[in-house]
Design a binder for this molecule. Sequence first.
Ligand SMILES: Cc1cc2nc3c(=O)[nH]c(=O)nc-3n(C[C@H](O)[C@H](O)[C@H](O)COP(=O)(O)OP(=O)(O)OC[C@H]3O[C@@H](n4cnc5c(N)ncnc54)[C@H](O)[C@@H]3O)c2cc1C
Length: 327
Amino acid sequence: MILVLCETDPATGEVDEVSLETLALARALSTEGGGVAVRAVVVGPVADTDAVAATLGGHGATEVRHATGDGVASFGGAAWATALDAVRQETGSVAVLAGGTPRGNEVVAHLAARLAVPMAANVVSFEGLSPLTVRRQVAGGVALEEMRLSNRPALLTVAGHAWQAEETGAGPATWVESTVDVPAEELVARVVRTAERAADESGSLTSAPVVVGAGRGAGGPDGFGPVTELAELLGGAVGVTRVVTSLGWRPHHEQVGQTGSRISPDLYVACGISGAIQHWAGCASSRAILAVNTDPEAPMMTRATYAVVGDMHEVVPAIVEEIRKRG
Ligand SMILES: Cc1cc2nc3c(=O)[nH]c(=O)nc-3n(C[C@H](O)[C@H](O)[C@H](O)COP(=O)(O)OP(=O)(O)OC[C@H]3O[C@@H](n4cnc5c(N)ncnc54)[C@H](O)[C@@H]3O)c2cc1C
């Protein structure tokens, strides 16, 4: 049995994309393991249980355990780990997976500490089952590490965009309510209030399917006109380097990197960005990178999926014009 901790968006009630991507890995493990069942667990309040059962069923979960109770009504890493562990024991799961989100990583880390088994965080690929071997991002995504998980249960979290969420066409999962008792000593930290980010803040940067980034090569605050235009045309967000925010050219919430936001868009267009290790740490999980730089030897150019050697003040407006021409 494979158990997947699935998160829902508190604002919309919808299942997070990374949970659906994690279900895709769970299905791959299941297939490799001869078809072991995949179950999902959802902790805390759920706005529309039918919708969540339909979504998770459609992505391969045969059953959803809904863990509820006073102790898990709001997020707390230790309390949610208790809920996850209770369901793990009830279902006899040999592997427990979660999205590599702040919550997913925290909850699974608690579980790993309790069970004294290793945890592979931010897994990006599955290499084999005997023994269970995965690759995972380490050092903020700058390096990959191969990890073999011989203990049971195997615990891992999945880096965003590492798998493609795919519908199987199956019907809704069976919905099973489970009440969880959380001991008082595990309620040491819990979320008591959440505040909406302003629409233009880094929440949109981290979830944008396309990020158009610019660095010192933009030349100044005025150099961002075509960059923002391209981001708008592609339905994306603007991301910048620390040099740009330090110089006050753009606001801090747009910074990508070790001390900024970690992004994993389908496409990162990196213009006039050298690709220093601290910036790379924030964008290494992008599915594809298009770099535009006058220096073909810049690290961003040598690591990018596609590289254009040229002046961003010519290349970016030319891309914008071409997209506008094509309507
Ligand atoms: C503790 C610490 C934490 C840090 N955290 C971060 C972080 O979170 N995020 C981050 O980004 N940085 C971070 N940095 C800074 C990082 O080390 C680099 O200094 C920074 O990323 C460089 O920014 P840049 O690429 O814009 O500038 P530069 O390194 O100056 O590169 C500019 C690039 O633009 C190219 N260029 C110039 N003109 C043009 C043009 N007209 N057209 C096209 N290309 C052009 C140049 O060839 C060059 O490659 C951190 C540093 C430290 C020490």
